[in-house]
Design a protein around this ligand. Structure first.
Ligand SMILES: [Zn+2]
Length: 498
C-alpha cells in the first residue's frame, strides 16, 4: 500500500506588539527564511529542525509530502496584512490543488500576531479547515512561547510543543507530532485537543528548563508522569507564552491531545494549568541594572572561560531591536578589556566599515537607530576594522544544529579593548560559530556580551565562568506596566490585583 499524502507548511513568527519594526515580506525574505517547494528539502533535510524531522518521517512512513512554503523570520513587530495574506494564499492554493490529502503536519510558532488579526494561527487553521473539512487529521507543532487561543485547539487534532528552553528539541517535537499523525491517518487513534488557560500572561518561568529547576521543569515532570501512565493521553503541550503580545489569549496555556471518547484530556489540562497559576511568580533568572553588571565585569578574572553577559532586553530572538547601545557605552566608559560584542545591528555602519576595509580606522554613529526609545541612541565610536565577513553561519551547537543564521554583510570594529560585531541584520547570539566566523575564539575571550535571552545558554553556558543578565533598557523588559496593552483579557496577573 502506498504511503499517505501529507501536507506541510510553515509560517513562524513571534510578534511583539510594541515593536515598531513590522514583519513584512521583505523581512521574511532577507532575515530568516522564505523557501518555496523544491528549495525546502535543500534547506532543511538533515537539520535538527521540524522540517528535518518531516523529511525523516516521510522516509520512514513512505509519505509523499506536499510542501509549498516555509516562512520564518526573527521576532519583531506584528506581521503585515500583505505578508500574512500572501502566506495564507500560497498555503490555501497549494492545499486545494493537493486535495485529497490524508493529513497535515504544520510546524508553527504560535505567538504570531498580524496587523489585522490577533489570533493569526487560529485564523490560518480555520481557513485550512474550510478546505479540508472536519475529518482530515491536523497535527501542529508549537514553540513553547506560543500564545494560544481556543480556535487553534478547536481546529487542530494533535498539538506537540517544544519541551526545552533553549529550544534544542525542535526535531523531536515534530517526530512526536508526526508519529501521532501517522496513527491517526491509519485510524488507530482519533485525537482531539483540550485547552486550558488562567488569568495570567506571565508564568512558568517563561519556559526555562536549562537550569534543571523552576516551575517549567516541574510541570514537565508532571506531564511526563501522566503520559507514562495513561494511554489515552497522547501528548501534552505546555506553552509558557510570550508576554509582550497585545492579544486576548496571551500567556501560558496547556494543550492536551487526548484520544476521543474520553474526557480525561480536559481534566489533565486544568490540573496542569492550575500548577502554572500557583507557581506564576517563581523565576530562575534575574535582570541586573547596567552599573551592577559593569561592576561584576571589572572584578578580577577568576575561573576559566568568558564572563557571559546576556543583553536580555535587546535580544532580536525576543523581538528586541538588536541595536541598543546602552550596555556598549557603559563597557567602553569602563575601559573593559578583551571583550567581544555580538552584535550591534546597523547595516549602514556595517557597510561603512566594510568599505573602509580591514586595517582602516573608522568613526561610526553606531546602532540606536531602530527605536532609540529602547536601549540607547546612536553611539559615536572610533575604532579599527579588524575583520569582515558575509555573516552567513551554519550552526554547530545544540540549538537548531545545522541550520543557517545570518548577520548579513558584517564587520568587526575594535574600540579600545572591545571587539564589536557590526551586523546588517538583527540576529540573536545562539551559536559559538557566530564569533568564530570573524576569527574571535569565544572560549578564550574575557567577556562575551551577547544580544541573547535563553537560547545562547545551550552552546555558551558550558564554556562560561559565569552568566549574568542585564536590563539595558531594551523592549523586552520585565517592567510590564510600561507597555500599552489594550487587547489582553482583564483582570490579568501581573498587571491587575486579583
Ligand atoms: Zn521560543
Amino acid at each position: 500500500m502506498a504511503g499517505f499524502k501529507v501536507f506541510s507548511a510553515t509560517v513562524m513568527h513571534e510578534s511583539l506588539s510594541f515593536c515598531r519594526l513590522p514583519a513584512d515580506l521583505e523581512r521574511f525574505k532577507t532575515t530568516g527564511g522564505y523557501e518555496r517547494d523544491d528549495e525546502i528539502p535543500k534547506a532543511y533535510r538533515g537539520t535538527k529542525s521540524e522540517w528535518g524531522a518531516i523529511f525523516d518521517l516521510a522516509d520512514r512512513f513512505g509519505w509523499s509530502v506536499v510542501h509549498p512554503l516555509v516562512a520564518n523570520t526573527s521576532p519583531s513587530g506584528p506581521v503585515t496584512r500583505d505578508a500574512y495574506e500572501h502566506f495564507s494564499e500560497v498555503i490555501l492554493l497549494s492545499l486545494k490543488k493537493a486535495m485529497p490529502v490524508d493529513g497535515l503536519l504544520l510546524p508553527l510558532h504560535g505567538a504570531m500576531v498580524a496587523e489585522h488579526l490577533e489570533d493569526a494561527e487560529g485564523e490560518l487553521l480555520r481557513r485550512i479547515r474550510e478546505v479540508i473539512g472536519r475529518k482530515v487529521p491536523v497535527a501542529v507543532t508549537l514553540d513553547l512561547h506560543a500564545n494560544i487561543g481556543p480556535d487553534l485547539a478547536k481546529h487542530a487534532d494533535i498539538v506537540s510543543t517544544y519541551r526545552t528552553t533553549p529550544h534544542v528539541d525542535m526535531y523531536e517535537t515534530a517526530i512526536r507530532a508526526g508519529e501521532l499523525l501517522q496513527r491517526a491517518m491509519k485510524g488507530e487513534i482519533r485525537p482531539h485537543v483540550a485547552y486550558a488557560q488562567r488569568p495570567m500572561f506571565n508564568g512558568l518561568d517563561q519556559g526555562r528548563t536549562i537550569s534543571g529547576k523552576g516551575p517549567m521543569v516541574d510541570i514537565l515532570a508532571k506531564a511526563k508522569a501522566i503520559l507514562a501512565k495513561d494511554k489515552d493521553i497522547l501528548d501534552i503541550g505546555i506553552n509558557a507564552g510570550f508576554d509582550w503580545a497585545d492579544k486576548k489569549h496571551v500567556g501560558p496555556t496547556v494543550l492536551v491531545t487526548g484520544n476521543q471518547g474520553t474526557t480525561k484530556a480536559q481534566k489533565v489540562a486544568d490540573e496542569l494549568i492550575d500548577f502554572a497559576w500557583e507557581t506564576r511568580a517563581t523565576k530562575t533568572i534575574e535582570l541586573r541594572p547596567i552599573d551592577e553588571v559593569i561592576r561584576i565585569a571589572k572584578e578580577p578574572r577568576s575561573g576559566n572561560g568568558p564572563l557571559l553577559i546576556g543583553d536580555y532586553t535587546d535580544c532580536p530572538g525576543g523581538a528586541g531591536m538588536g541595536d541598543g547601545t546602552a550596555l556598549l557605552k557603559a563597557m567602553i566608559e569602563a575601559d573593559l578589556q578583551d571583550v567581544a560584542v555580538g552584535s550591534i545591528a546597523d547595516a549602514e555602519s556595517a557597510e561603512k566599515a566594510r568599505k573602509a576595509g580591514v586595517g582602516a580606522t573608522v568613526t561610526l554613529d553606531l546602532g540606536g537607530k531602530h527605536d532609540p526609545r529602547f536601549g540607547g541612541t546612536p553611539l559615536r565610536v572610533t575604532g579599527k576594522v579588524i575583520a569582515v565577513g558575509d555573516g552567513v553561519i551554519t550552526r554547530k551547537g545544540p540549538f537548531a544544529t545545522g541550520t543557517v543564521t545570518s548577520f548579513g554583510p558584517s564587520a568587526v570594529v575594535q574600540v579600545g579593548g572591545i571587539k564589536i560585531i557590526v551586523a546588517s541584520h538583527r540576529v540573536q547570539i545562539d551559536d559559538r560559530e557566530q564569533f568564530r566566523h570573524f576569527g574571535i575564539e569565544p572560549e578564550t575571550t574575557n567577556i562575551l556580551a551577547c544580544k541573547a535571552m535563553n537560547h545562547f545558554r545551550a552552546d555558551f553556558e558550558k564554556i562560561g565562568r559565569r552568566l549574568v543578565y542585564v536590563d539595558s533598557g531594551g523592549i523586552t523588559s520585565f517592567n510590564w506596566k510600561q507597555y500599552p496593552y489594550k487587547n489582553i483579557r482583564r483582570p490579568i496577573w501581573p498587571l491587575d490585583p486579583l
